[in-house]
Unconditional design. Structure first.
Length: 385
């Protein structure tokens, strides 16, 4: 250290740290203050804390054994930065990576390699080309990661974009969340929109108020709530609440499912399903309390276990259902039902009704088999939903 800084730990102007060099504060002060720029060429060490206007590291690794406060930029060229304490800077850019054992506070972060922060991370723009481990709570406006990232929950106000895998270990609030590969939310998360190319698991409640789109599988231990839910493969949740819900494969809900429109290509199971408009299921519906809709279409060779309540019901060919309450009911060829209660009933040949058949207005069709003679009644028995 220069003679003028021996007693105060202050260096006026710029300071160059050579490869293998060590910058030590004098006895007494716990750190060094540089009024200009610290230039590190090759690996070097700063003992204690550091205050300066700018840091430039060219090659190697600069290790700072305390906290760092930089009023201007930190620039890393073919280099890494390791900080034992907190790091605060105006901008942070580099091509290899940084490690911060304390908290990171920097409005603009752009790193090409790997970033690790043990404490909290605060930034407006946080962009990493490789991977990031942000173990503490984050307070960000945007987060963009090319590969993999783990965060300790917190808030990302505008957008999260991750090319590979995303993980949050604590509750998360977000604007939009876009994951190219896999997502793991170890606590509840709430935001506006969610898009996942592969699969996502959530150990709590998951809210995406505007829309949820998952190419593969989604599993939510608690409630899944979103205006539009579109899943290519498999959906599993404690309960589901949405407007338009479309699942290409299987839907398993341990509680209730409510929405405006529901379409499931494969099998649907839930405690109860209440949809204000239309339900279409290609394979099987299993409920404990029943399924209620305005219009219900049961595909050919499908099965429904649990009551059906709807204004307009069509049961496809070779399908099997239990009890039905309907305004208009059409049973297509070789369909089987247990008890039928409808205002207007239409049956095709070889339909089989194993229990009661009651209607209030009209019944038409021939060739069906009824175990009990159909009855026209003034009023149907009350529906369970």
């Amino acid at each position: 250290m220069a003679d003028s800084a021996r007693s105060t730990g202050r260096i006026d102007g710029d300071y160059e740290l050579p490869a293998g060099g060590v910058l030590r504060p004098p006895p007494g002060p716990t750190g060094v203050e540089i009024t200009g720029t610290l230039l590190s060429r090759g690996s070097g060490t700063v003992e204690g804390s550091l205050h300066c206007r700018e840091i430039r590291v060219e090659g190697g690794t600069l290790t700072i054994q305390g906290s760092v406060q930089v009023s201007g930029p930190v620039t890393l060229r073919r280099a890494r930065l390791e900080v034992a304490g907190d790091l605060k800077a105006a901008t942070l850019s580099g091509d290899r990576g940084i490690t911060v054992r304390g908290n990171l506070d920097c409005p603009d972060v752009d790193i090409g390699g790997h970033v690790e922060v043990a404490g909290t991370t605060k930034a407006e723009r946080f962009e990493v080309g490789g991977s990031a481990d942000l173990h503490g709570v984050v307070d960000l406006t945007t987060l963009e990661i090319g590969g993999r990232v783990t965060i300790g929950g917190g808030t990302v106000r505008r957008s999260i974009e991750v090319g590979g895998k995303f993980e949050s270990t604590a509750p998360l609030r977000y604007g939009s969340l876009e994951i190219g590969g896999m997502g793991r939310l170890r606590a509840s998360a709430e935001g506006e929109s969610l898009e996942v190319g592969g699969m996502i698991d959530c150990d709590g409640d998951l809210v995406a108020t505007r829309g949820t789109e998952v190419g593969g599988r989604i599993r939510v231990a608690g409630k899944l709530r979103s205006a539009r839910i579109e899943v290519g493969g498999f959906l599993s949740a404690g309960s589901v609440e949405g407007e338009d819900i479309e699942v290409g494969g299987v839907t398993e809900v341990s509680g209730g499912l409510t929405g405006r429109r529901l379409e499931v290509g494969g099998r649907l199971s839930a405690e109860r399903v209440v949809v204000t408009d239309r339900v279409e299921v290609g394979d099987e519906i299993r409920t404990q309390s029943g399924v209620k809709a305005d219009v219900l279409r049961v595909g050919n060779r499908s099965t429904v276990r649990g009551p059906i309540v709807a204004r307009d019901v069509t049961v496809g060919e070779h399908s099997s259902v239990e009890d039905i309450w309907a305004g208009r009911l059409r049973l297509e060829s070789r369909a089987t039902a247990r008890n039928v209660y409808a205002e207007d009933l239409e049956v095709e040949p070889r339909v089989e009704v194993q229990g009661l058949t009651q209607y209030t207005h009209s019944m038409k069709g021939e060739g069906a088999h009824f175990s009990q003679t159909p009855q026209q009644v003034a009023q149907l028995p009350p529906a369970p939903l």
